[in-house]
Design a binder for this molecule. Structure first.
Ligand SMILES: O=C(O)CCC(=O)C(=O)O
Length: 477
């Protein structure tokens, strides 16, 4: 059976951007400084960078500088991007959040965008609207909602047609003070002029696939909730101010399941005062790194870093997403066949899936029981098991009985002997791909997504919760 990609994969999906300029690589010459005024940019160092064309030496120096600065300050690293030979790619590939000034975006016509001139060029825009709540979690348009979720799309997203000044004033179709409007759109879908206003851009285009440029317009108070993206992100503040709060991929964020419209986002609403009964694996607060972006600043945000973004002053921003290599790897993994047949009876499919997950974890030197327990307790339990009366998920009692019967009646050893050959053939295809994901936290995150995908594809959306619940209750080994 070929696996399909019904489940959200490595992070909020991005539609492709059709017109991509070619990329050009430049050698690296950097001037580094950080908030606390610790300079690496002594004259000697700069001369060394400027004179030397030795890539290895330069890379070593840059790595060393990031290591030194990163270990001595909690602040994000700051660099001046105007130095000759500066490379956006090198900085992005170091995967450390970095704030750049004097960037290529200073040359954009877009750097002169204001609410007024954008209004003249854009006319009315289709903005997301929320009443009473400035925190935006999803930006989806009319995607079919999985049967797994109790809500309707209207609970998650509403859009209204408004002018740019209305987006800033919050006065959309209703004159309510607590109306929050947020405009976020792929620039490729706007008039061609918008793309020409963000030229030159080739230095920010790292791949010849999966690149998207977006425009964000919103008023003070609007907040994009904590989530990760499977993309390198060059985020340019054109007007106003935004505060990014950043968390490394190793942070336990209690993500929404992949089948939930909020997937890729944290379920924890208040990271500074965490409810330990609902989210027991967290410490009582999770401290992020705050970075304030002002007009002309560019944040280089690495893939899989969690970020929460608050608009401090009414804001216009443009960003460039480039799919991370992990995104491509997962694409390849999701296309590999899963070694079972969909016309097998349910119990056989469930047992095979369970065995497959167990062997997959083992081959990646992880303890399968811990992996599945963690997946269930962090993504699923808080949404349903914690408070079934107020639950967000549609979990049927029939599915729970079915899964409980299957898992309690089986002789695992006999089953494992029978199917391990087939499982082994499937795993030989995907283990080398998972092994290429160097960062352990990212690998475990994406493995969790893949396990959800296996359960969804092989056993059915409405049984995913009960399947994982039973696996964590009975264990897999
Ligand atoms: O600016 C925002 O509100 C959100 C930006 C964001 O999440 C991103 O660029 O990935």
């Amino acid at each position: 059976m070929e696996s399909c990609c019904a489940v959200g994969r490595c992070g909020p999906r991005r539609p492709g951007w059709p017109d991509r300029p070619d990329q050009v690589l430049t050698s690296v010459t950097l001037r580094l400084e950080n908030n606390s005024r610790m300079y690496l940019s002594t004259t000697a160092t700069r001369k060394l960078f400027a004179w030397s064309l030795n890539g290895i030496l330069l890379s070593f120096a840059v790595y060393y500088a990031f290591y030194k600065l990163g270990s001595q300050t909690k602040d994000v690293i700051r660099l001046d991007a105007s130095v000759a030979g500066f490379s956006y790619r090198k900085v992005a590939e170091l995967r450390r959040p970095t704030l750049l000034t004097s960037t290529i975006a200073d040359k954009w016509k877009a750097s002169t965008w204001t609410a007024q001139n954008l209004h003249e060029h854009l006319g009315n825009v289709s903005a997301y609207r929320q009443l009473g709540d400035p925190v935006f979690i999803t930006f989806h348009d009319n995607k079919p909602l999985e049967p797994f979720v109790k809500g309707k799309w209207s609970d998650f997203n509403r859009k209204v047609n408004v002018s740019v000044p209305s987006v800033f004033s919050g006065k959309g179709e209703k004159e309510r003070k607590d109306t929050y409007l947020y405009f976020s759109q792929n620039i490729g879908q706007l008039k061609p002029q918008f793309l020409s206003d963000v030229q030159p851009i080739k230095d920010l285009v790292l791949n010849d696939y999966g690149v998207q440029i977006n425009l964000w317009i919103g008023r003070q108070g609007i907040t994009t909730y904590t989530h990760y993206d499977a993309t390198y992100n060059f985020f340019v503040q054109i007007e106003g101010e935004k505060r990014f709060t950043l968390f490394p991929p190793s942070t336990e964020m209690y993500l929404y399941p992949c089948l939930h419209p909020h997937y890729g986002h944290s379920q924890i609403r208040n990271l500074t005062d965490i409810d330990k009964t609902k989210f027991p694996k967290s410490s009582s607060d999770v401290k992020g790194i705050d970075v304030v972006l002002r007009s002309g600043d560019m944040l280089v945000l690495p893939p899989f870093w969690y970020h929460r973004v608050e608009t401090l002053k009414s804001s216009v921003s443009v960003n460039v997403w480039n799919d991370a290599p992990e995104y491509l790897l997962m694409d390849e993994i999701y296309r590999k066949p899963i070694p079972l047949e969909l016309d097998w009876e349910l119990s056989k499919r469930a047992l095979m899936t369970r065995l497959y997950i167990h062997m997959l974890a083992q081959r990646l030197e992880l303890v399968s029981d811990e992996l599945v327990e963690n997946l269930f307790l962090t993504r699923y339990y808080p949404l349903h098991g914690f408070n079934p009366k107020d639950a967000d998920l549609a979990v049927s009692s029939l599915a729970r009985e079915e899964m409980s019967d299957i898992c309690s009646s089986v002789n695992w050893n006999e089953h494992a002997q029978k199917f391990s050959g087939a499982a082994d053939r499937g795993l030989r295809e995907i283990i080398p791909l998972f092994s290429k994901i160097a960062d352990t936290s990212i690998r475990i995150l994406l493995l969790g997504n893949y396990i959800e995908h296996l359960a969804n594809t092989c056993i059915g959306t409405e049984r995913v919760y009960s399947f994982l619940e039973q696996c964590q209750r009975t264990g897999l080994s």
